[in-house]
Structure formats: C-alpha cells, structure tokens
Design a protein around this ligand. Structure first.
Ligand code: NAP
Ligand code: GDD
Length: 323
C-alpha cells in the first residue's frame, strides 16, 4: 500500500485530495496543528467524515523538528505540500508571518524529505498569484513572475526551492501552478465563498447586503476537485516537471456576483455594496491560464465550468442554511 503525506490536510484542497487518494487505495497521513486535535469539531470540519480513515500527526510549518519527525516516521512515497497561510489580503497585514511560514515551511519539508525519504515524490502548491502584474495573457509555465503581495513572493520562493531541490539534489519535485479553484468547502474569507454564502443568506432573509472590494478583478476560476486530480497526475509521471492548471476562461468578481444572485432570483445591484476598505494595496488585475502543457502531458481536463461552479456553491450554501 502506497503511503502519502499531506500538509494542509484540513484545508479545502487537503480535504478533497485525501478523499481522492483514499479512493485510490493510499494510506493517507496528514500534518495538523496541535490545536486542531484539541478542537476537532471546529478545526477538522472538512475531514470529519474521513477521520477514522486518515492518520493525523501534529506538526507546524514553523518547526523544522516537527516536520522532520513526521517525515522520518511515515517515510512516505508521495508528499503533497499544501499547507500555507493562503489568504492574500491577510499577507499584506502580516507579511512577516506569511513569508516565514510559507517559505520556511516549504524549505523544512523539502530538506526533511531529502534527508529521510529521498525517493518520495514531492508536490508544491505553487500559485497563479506568482504572475501578479502579468507579463502576458494567458499565463503559461514560461511567463515571467511579478508577484504583487507578500503571499505571492512566498510562493515564488517556494517554487524556486522546489525546482532547486529537483535540479540540485535530484528529488522528484513538481510545482503545480494552480489558478484559483473553489468549491463548497472554500474558506469564507475568499471572494467566491463570500458571494455564494452572501447571496444564500440574503435569499433566506438572514442578511440585507454584501460588501465587496474590487469588482473588476478578473480570475480564472475552476473547481477544486478537478485541480486535485491534476496534482495527483503530476506525481504519476516518469519525470518531475512544473505545470499550469487553469480553465482558460476569465471572469470578473462582478460577473461571479451577478450569476450567484441571479441563481437565487435576485438582482446583485440591489444588494452588493462597494467597500473601498476591502481593496488591496496592490492588486492582481487579470489572471487567465493556459493549461495546454497539462492537457497534452497529463491528459488533464477541467470538468466543471464557471456557471456550474457558481451554481454548485450557491446551492450548497442554501442547503447549509436550511439545516
Ligand atoms: P486553505 O484552505 O487555506 O488551507 C491551508 C492549509 O494550511 C490548512 O490546512 C491550514 O491549517 C494549513 N496551515 C496554515 N498554516 C499552517 C502552519 N503554520 N502549520 C501547519 N499547517 C498550516 O488553502 P487551499 O485553498 O486548500 O490551498 C492549498 C494550497 O494551495 C495552499 O498552499 C495555497 O496557498 C495553494 N493554492 C491555492 C489556490 C486556490 O485557489 N485554492 C490556488 C493556488 C495555490 P489550519 O486549518 O490549521 O489553519
Ligand atoms: N477575499 C476577497 N474579499 N476578495 C475580494 C473582495 C472581498 O470582499 N472583493 C473583491 N475581491 C477581489 C480581490 O481583490 C481579488 O482580486 C479577487 O477578488 C479574488 O480574491 P480572493 O478570493 O481572496 O483570492 P485571490 O485571487 O486573492 O487568492 C486565491 O487564489 C490564489 C491563486 O491565484 C487564494 O486561494 C490564494 O491562496 C491562491 O494562491
């Protein structure tokens, strides 16, 4: 039985990836913060129904010793490093903790694998945020990076660390440059979930308005389950490489809101209020990915489109509120 180690198993992607790998017959190990084990009801909600099937180890991305110990104990065949401070807005408020956690965490786990499990295949959760002030549209693997946030900078560093461990130490290490991917398990602070829950609450009479920041920003939004499949495929190849994963379609935040409200029979203009305090000090204006390489080499294709994604998220939030 193959063993996999997932950092960030309690997050959106960790929760979906664990299910995918359990279904494929893997023994799934996850690293969680110690506080999560003390308060499983709140902190492990995304993996509640698979808790009996996965093995959790306490550890922190801030502690080399804790990561080293888990890698040594599990000796995984594959490692998906998804753990990170992933909220771009927050990275402007606390750039030091974002940069420390994200860069050191990636370095610690790579070094632990090099020393204790050098045959382990490694996946790094790189990001389209690395393209920042974009140099071309659409963005592909060869597009230069110009990050516009502390988070983006931390992901560029993680990308380079991963590539360097591949080139310098011969690790099977891949970067998945994933564009925004969403789901009913998305965190509430991200704009898609804020909108889907906001529209559902207004529809149910639980709220009167939804405050949003920059409505003109464009994102290439896909479905998280499709993107976890791509992560898995990257580690099944004969050679390690870096891949862009995206739908190739881009939409504004406004379009997302328009469709979400329309889906519940409301006009977004009656409820969405623009709030200047939610604008970022530096914005990434337009992301649109070209996933031709992944399509050709991995045989990967997204299955859920923009409209399907918006409807799915709103429907799930309506159901949740009913309960
Ligand atoms: P997420 O829901 O925010 O999950 C982040 C995970 O990292 C959580 O499990 C969190 O644990 C863990 N974590 C954070 N700080 C930690 C620390 N100090 N020690 C241990 N664990 C820590 O993120 P996601 O959407 O699943 O994304 C997964 C990865 O892909 C992230 O690295 C993100 O930056 C990257 N990414 C995401 C997207 C996207 O659109 N979703 C696109 C490109 C790249 P707690 O539950 O304890 O906080
Ligand atoms: N969060 C949020 N809240 N964003 C808003 C709001 C709001 O009220 N109003 C407008 N936006 C705009 C942001 O300014 C940004 O341009 C866009 O909506 C998307 O914001 P987020 O959903 O927070 O995602 P993100 O694109 O910054 O980052 C996500 O995608 C990256 C990949 O490109 C995160 O998942 C990152 O971890 C990931 O790497």
């Amino acid at each position: 039985m193959k063993k996999v180690l997932i950092t960030g198993i309690t997050g959106q992607d960790g929760a979906y990836l664990s299910r995918l790998l359990l279904d494929k017959g893997y023994e799934v190990h996850g690293i969680v913060r110690r506080v999560a084990l003390e308060d499983p009801e709140h902190r492990l909600w995304r993996i509640k129904d698979i808790l009996g099937k996965v093995k959790l180890h306490s550890g922190s991305l801030e502690s080399y010793a804790s990561l080293f110990d888990v890698v040594a104990k599990v000796n995984p065949d594959e490692c998906y490093h998804l753990g990170a401070q992933s909220f771009v807005s927050y990275s402007f408020e606390d750039e030091f903790s974002t940069i420390n956690t994200n860069i050191n965490g990636t370095h610690y786990i790579l070094s632990s694998i090099k020393n204790k499990s050098p045959k382990c295949k490694f996946y790094f959760a790189a990001s389209s945020e690395q393209f920042g002030q974009v140099k071309e549209v659409p963005q592909k693997e060869t597009t230069p990076f110009h990050p516009r946030s502390p988070y983006g900078i931390s992901k560029v560093a993680g990308f380079d660390l991963t590539r360097n461990y591949r080139e310098g130490y011969g690790l099977f290490a891949c970067n998945g440059i994933l564009f925004n991917h969403e789901s009913p398990m998305r965190g509430y602070e991200f704009v898609t979930r804020k909108i889907s829950m906001g529209a559902a609450k207004i529809k149910r009479g639980l709220s009167k308005e939804l405050r949003l920041g920059n409505l003109e920003a464009k994102r290439d939004w896909g479905f998280a389950v499709d993107y976890c499949e791509a992560m898995y495929l990257m580690l099944q190849q004969d050679e390690p490489d870096d891949y862009v994963i995206a739908t190739g379609e881009t939409h504004t935040v406004k379009e997302f809101a328009e469709l979400a409200f329309k889906h519940v029979g409301l006009d977004w203009k009656d409820y969405v209020k623009k709030d200047e305090s939610l604008f970022r000090p530096a914005e990434v204006h337009e992301l649109k990915g070209d996933a031709s390489k992944a399509k050709k080499i991995l045989g990967w294709q997204p299955k859920v489109n923009f409209e399907g994604l918006v409807r799915m998220m709103v429907d799930e939030d309506l159901k949740r509120l009913k309960k």
